[in-house]
Design a protein. Structure first.
Ligand SMILES: Nc1nc2c(ncn2[C@@H]2O[C@H](COP(=O)(O)OP(=O)(O)OP(=O)(O)O)[C@@H](O)[C@H]2O)c(=O)[nH]1
Ligand SMILES: [Mg+2]
Ligand SMILES: [Zn+2]
Length: 351
């Protein structure tokens, strides 16, 4: 499906807010927490590589060097992939670690958000084109989680792609069983990639899919998100974890998201194409608490077309007569599992 864009008015509003923020940041040349320290007058542009605690690592757009920055307090949560303006600290002797301050945040084209433990929506990554939903035979394939990620991606105008990793661990029969389960998504329209970070199988096709785009790798702990990025970028040296033999669950090895670049020669021009990958910490679940009941159906793209055939305008698609969705299931046009998943998400929003 084509990527949906923000409408002009939304774009204008976002730009206006950012312009005002930038103007405020430009006015205030004093530093972030100590009035004696001054910021250099030059505004540099960069992208956020990682954000941990009060500190950010950013990559400067011109020098491509990593700069450790503090964050000006009036700026909201900044995440991996954010485009920012930063200024050098003129007096860094007192604090050699921090070299600059992030003073403004550019408008985001897309943002992936999820609720934190208090239920408040928090951005996870910004300016992303693709959501790589990584799954593996161990920990177990979780279709409910895949569906939640797909809803979040569709509503955020990000292309979801499903990656089934660790295929080196499967016998022919086991692979057939999993392929059958995952075929539901292929039938809808989603791309499925089969990979092994260990044997490198499928990594060429994956790299083709990633080239020139910004992609965030998400999924349960232990499915191999970091291992895939390590296999694509051996110099990245990302820490990989174990999958617990006792519980078959991952051990939450990656604790902060981080952005990596691959520069590949362009096939059509002599220049290089920049490819960005964001590794993210594994999740136990992915909540969708900030969306309305009406929104959920837009995350189930293949179901959407059938609700117009429902007899009742407020049809809940449970057992009503002349329900377009139930009829589509009878006619094998849509999967019952996906409709059940839709209902589970609706129930979780209501409760
Ligand atoms: N056999 C096999 N093992 C893999 C593959 N990919 C990853 N693993 C193993 O799976 C375990 C978990 O890998 P990680 O890359 O740390 O998983 P992750 O998804 O980054 O996990 P978190 O950072 O905890 O979210 C490690 O022991 C990896 O060696 C694969 O393709 N095949
Ligand atoms: Mg990891
Ligand atoms: Zn209905």
């Amino acid at each position: 499906m084509a990527k949906r864009k923000l409408n002009r008015r939304q774009q204008w509003r976002i730009q206006k807010i950012q312009d005002e923020r930038l103007a405020r940041a430009n006015k205030k040349q004093k530093n972030f927490n100590n009035d004696d320290e001054l910021l250099d007058q030059v505004h540099h542009h960069g992208v956020v590589v990682s954000h941990f605690g009060a500190t950010l690592d950013i990559e400067d757009d011109s020098s491509h060097l990593l700069v450790r920055c503090a964050l000006r307090q009036n700026i909201d949560a900044i995440v991996c992939g954010d485009k920012i303006v930063w200024q050098k600290l003129t007096n860094i002797a007192k604090n050699v670690q921090i070299q600059g301050v992030v003073t403004a945040l550019d408008a985001r084209s897309t943002v992936l958000a999820r609720p934190d433990f208090t239920g408040q929506m928090k951005p996870v990554a910004a300016n992303i084109d693709q959501l790589l939903i990584v799954t593996s035979p161990v920990p177990e394939l979780n279709e409910g989680l895949i569906d939640r990620y797909i809803v979040a991606a569709e509503l955020s105008h990000i292309q979801p792609i499903i990656v089934l990793n660790k295929i080196d661990t499967l016998s022919h029969e086991q692979r057939q069983v999993l392929e059958k389960r995952i075929k539901i998504y292929q039938d809808i329209k989603y791309q499925i990639l089969y990979t092994s970070a260990k044997s490198q199988h499928g990594l060429d096709t994956l790299l083709e899919q990633l080239t020139g785009k910004v992609s965030v790798f998400v999924g349960q702990s232990g499915v191999g998100k970091s291992s895939i990025i390590n296999a694509l970028l051996p110099n990245a040296n990302i820490k990989e974890g174990e999958v617990s033999l006792a519980t078959n669950k991952g051990t939450h090895t990656t604790s902060v998201s981080r952005l990596y670049h691959i520069n590949t020669p362009s096939q059509t021009q002599s220049s290089e194409v920049q490819t960005s990958l964001i590794d993210s910490p594994g999740v136990r679940e992915f909540g969708l608490w900030d969306i309305s009941r009406e929104d959920v159906i837009h995350g189930f793209v293949e179901l959407q077309q059938y609700i117009q055939h429902c007899h009742f305008r407020d049809c809940k698609h449970l057992n009503e007569p002349n329900c377009g969705l139930l009829k589509a299931i009878e006619e094998n046009k849509i999967s019952e599992q996906r409709l059940n998943s839709y209902h589970r998400i609706i129930d979780s929003i209501d409760s």
